[in-house]
Design a protein around this ligand. Structure first.
Ligand code: ATP
Length: 379
């Protein structure tokens, strides 16, 4: 979980004076009595690569389809570039959508597929040819212009669909699982190409995906959705390092969760009593928490260190026995059982020389971590 897209320091979502290109205000979509999207408010800024991430059925496609205009909200409003588009049909919105199925016309060659929308809006032939050439070059398939869709690989078809959806210079491109039909290797390669194209064009991309690694690699920000609601919106690294809810912590990567209650709150740190731990747990945390309040601490496996000795006075320590080891090549995952039965995971990079004594099954270990490494979940 270390391939996270690095964004410039001047993130637009931190500039409140800037008008977002998409404003979703209290949008709900009901199908009968079922809330597919439940009172969502969300701002997306110009030039973002914004992902809607969540498990199957959480409402991400419904939200994307409302942005495209294929569904109308039951209540709430959608603004694009300052204009209320809630009741405006798809073809009058400055957006385009790339479907998961690509929806290419089988009887037309690649160039004609890409030119289709331009021809429909009456663009002159020579201008159209220039635009198609530009798009073919953008997605690097110039040599395939005369082929029909059935003569293309899955990856090539995806490029044609992308070129076609960009043809009319949409302000926002909506992509529904854009890499879903590609195999794993091609998907990883294509993730970077998609980000490159998006950065070059400066168009806002809103992407639906259920693949957390894909969202982490490509996005400026991710909205994590759960049962029609938004659980957390943050840049990938923040979502991973500082999940704000139990669901967010468990959805992205692996996590150890400790339930306890606050025993002391100082300026920027809090002490938590947890029955499963050998010591008090200390966390850096700037939000005021009241003593006695129930909290859950989230600790990522890679933040845990093996300590030489147990120190009675020090916080953030656990003692247990290694019960399982999974060797993954670059890292190993260790499963430790605490005396009370709780399982804790930690990872270690496999950097030690073969001559060094590695950790082994049934070994008693003391685990520790710094106060900066743990997150506090209050929901
Ligand atoms: P997936 O990743 O599986 O596509 P999703 O997060 O995109 O899931 P949606 O397609 O937005 O989920 O669907 C959200 C919920 O709304 C689902 O329970 C789905 O069955 C329901 N739903 C979607 N469209 C309709 C419809 N036209 N009529 C009734 N229910 C619908």
């Amino acid at each position: 979980m270390n391939r996270v897209r690095q964004f410039k320091p001047e993130e637009p979502w931190q500039a409140p004076e800037e008008e977002p290109i998409v404003r979703i205000e209290n949008v709900t979509k009901r199908f009968g009595a079922f809330y597919a999207v439940d009172d969502i408010s969300l701002h997306i800024h110009q030039g973002e690569f914004f992902s809607l991430l969540g498990s199957s059925g959480c409402g991400k496609t419904t939200l994307l389809r409302m942005l495209a205009g294929f569904e109308t909200p039951t209540s709430g409003q959608i603004f694009i570039d300052g204009q209320d588009v809630t009741n405006i049909p798809p073809y009058e919105r400055p957006v385009n959508m790339m479907f998961q199925s690509y929806a290419l016309f089988p009887h037309m060659n690649v160039a004609d597929n890409i030119a289709f929308g331009l021809k429909q809006e009456g663009m002159a032939k020579s201008e159209r040819q220039d635009r198609v050439a530009e798009l073919l070059s953008l997605v690097q398939i110039e040599q395939l212009a005369k082929r029909k869709p059935h003569q293309l690989s899955g990856g090539q078809r995806q490029r044609v669909a992308l070129a076609r959806s960009l043809a009319k210079h949409p302000k926002i491109l909506l992509l529904d699982e854009p890499l879903g039909a590609l195999d794993k290797k091609l998907r990883e390669q294509t993730q970077f190409e998609l980000v490159n194209i998006q950065e070059r064009l400066g168009i806002t991309f809103v992407v639906v995906t259920h693949d957390q690694e894909e969202a982490m690699t490509m996005s400026s920000r991710i909205a994590l959705m759960h049962e029609g609601r938004i659980e957390q919106v943050d840049p990938p690294r923040r979502l991973y390092e500082f999940p704000s809810t139990r669901y967010a912590a468990s959805f992205i990567g692996s996590v150890n969760l400790f339930d306890g209650y606050v025993v002391q709150q100082d300026d920027d740190q809090v002490l938590v009593q947890c029955d499963e731990a050998d010591s008090l747990l200390q966390v850096r945390h700037s939000q005021p928490l009241v003593p006695g309040m129930a909290v859950t601490l989230a600790l990522r496996p890679e933040k845990v260190r093996v300590l030489k000795d147990f120190d009675e006075e020090a916080p953030n320590q656990l003692r247990g026995q290694i019960k399982e080891i999974a060797y993954l090549g670059d890292v190993s995952i260790y499963h430790v059982q605490l005396p009370g039965g709780k399982w804790v995971q930690f990872t270690q990079p496999n950097v030690q020389a073969l001559a060094e004594q590695p950790l082994t099954w049934d070994e008693e270990v003391t685990l520790g971590w710094s106060a900066n490494s743990c997150g506090v979940l209050t929901e």
